[in-house]
Design a protein around this ligand. Structure first.
Ligand code: NAD
Ligand code: WQD
Length: 353
């Protein structure tokens, strides 16, 4: 029998790509999303790409009754929990909304999972939990700190998961700490679709390329980096999606009874894992790669550093390779090519232009 997975936030950017990877890997999926930052059109497109109608439930992770309905209708092997708000600036303006949605919402989800004895979870954490790292590349043992409510909400959920694992060893809780996800599905049918002016670098570049924005502001050129601009570990969303499949496969393998006749399962506990490429790329290097791959010319100007930004951030990706057998395969050029393919085919994202 196929393992069935509940994908919260499955209509969003990373969730929609992961649904495709899960389907291809043989998992059954049920998507649960309140559409607060995504579009029903993403579900339609994923259904077309996989050649099968996705089971989609419009619901909020804070809504205990709807969650109960879903868990009583389906027998899940586990949950991939993408649902959450992610805009750092908005989190500073609306901290209660972020703690309610991201932290209270996760507690409600975990309570319902416990009620229905579904104890396998893959949680979307973030490299943001490392704050301003002391050492590079960043490994999973690095201390956690953060100065904005969004990042605090991720740290808070990680602490909750750790405590839960200590309280009851039947929980298997993987926190995947994503570095900087970019790119889009190679079909050009699904991709990142920010609501307003993008906060993040790659969608900003692609909107300049398509003519929606005039030029890129490069936030600072006096960092202690290769060319003075910020360095990040950009990772293709397709690789990231495969990382989730690898995490589920790991949970499946680890939680199977090892000896015949034994019913006791092996506990994974709380397991934080970086998903990054291990390679840093500067803002200017990314702009140049985009120009080269797409034949576009992205006009830019240097401006002040953005408050809260750090100079450099890239992962040690060793743990994912050792434990999950996963590593990123796609290059920065692939990330630029696929971003441009999606953006040029869908200049207004999922909205009809
Ligand atoms: P996204 O906004 O595209 O997807 C999140 C989805 O969750 C959206 O479809 C939204 O409608 C849904 N959602 C939000 N609150 C909900 C709620 N209360 N109930 C039900 N659904 C809800 O974002 P994404 O980029 O796909 O990110 C997915 C996850 O990964 C988030 O938790 C995010 O914090 C985390 N993450 C993202 C990045 C990144 O740069 N994109 C980096 C690190 C971590
Ligand atoms: C990358 C680099 C900017 C925009 C953020 C969140 C983090 C995580 C991923 C969820 C930096 C520079 C950017 C622009 C620029 N999300 N830049 N001009 O800041 O590494 O991470 O998204 O967990 O929590 O903080 O990503 O893409 O915003 O910036 O020069 O218009 O690009 O200064 O050096 P960041 P980013």
């Amino acid at each position: 029998m196929k393992n069935k997975i509940l994908v919260t936030g499955g209509t969003g950017y990373i969730g929609s790509h992961t649904c495709i990877a899960l389907h291809e890997a043989g998992y059954d999926i049920v998507v649960y999303d309140n559409l607060s930052n995504s579009s029903r059109e993403a579900v339609n497109r994923v259904s077309t790409l996989i050649g099968q109608t996705i089971e989609f439930i419009e619901g909020d992770i804070r809504d205990v009754e709807t969650l109960r309905q879903v868990f009583s209708t389906h027998q899940f092997f586990g949950v991939i929990h993408f649902a959450g708000l992610k805009a750092v600036g908005e989190s500073v303006a609306k901290p209660l909304l972020y703690y309610d949605n991201n932290v209270s919402g996760t507690i409600t989800l975990l309570e319902v999972m416990a009620e229905y004895a579904v104890k396998n979870l893959v949680f979307s954490s973030s490299a943001t939990v490392y704050g301003n790292p002391e050492n590079l590349p960043i490994n999973e043992e690095s201390p956690r700190s953060c100065t904005n409510p969004y990042g605090q909400s991720k740290i808070a959920v990680e602490h909750i998961l750790e405590d839960l694992a200590v309280s009851d060893d039947s929980w298997n809780l993987v926190a995947l700490r994503y570095f900087n996800p970019v790119g889009a599905h190679s079909s050009g049918q699904i991709g990142e679709d920010p609501n307003d002016i993008p906060n993040n670098l790659m969608p900003y570049i692609s909107q300049v390329a398509v003519g929606k924005l005039e030029k890129l502001n490069v936030f600072g050129n006096d960092y202690p980096t290769i060319d003075g601009t910020g360095v990040r570990d950009f990772i293709h969303v397709t690789d990231l999606a495969q990382g989730h499949v690898a995490a589920l496969n790991y949970l499946d393998k680890q939680t199977r009874p090892k000896e015949s006749g034994t019913t006791k399962l092996n506990s994974v506990g709380f397991l934080p894992i970086n998903l990054g490429t291990g390679k840093g790329t500067s803002v200017l290097e990314l702009v140049n790669a985009f120009n080269e791959v797409t034949g576009r010319d992205i006009p830019y100007q240097f401006t002040e550093r953005r408050a809260g930004d750090i100079a450099s951030c890239y992962a040690s990706a060793d743990k994912a390779k050792t434990l999950l057998g996963w590593q990123a395969e796609l290059s920065v050029n692939d990330m630029c090519k696929d971003t441009w393919h999606w953006q040029s085919m869908n200049p207004s994202g999922y909205k009809v232009s």
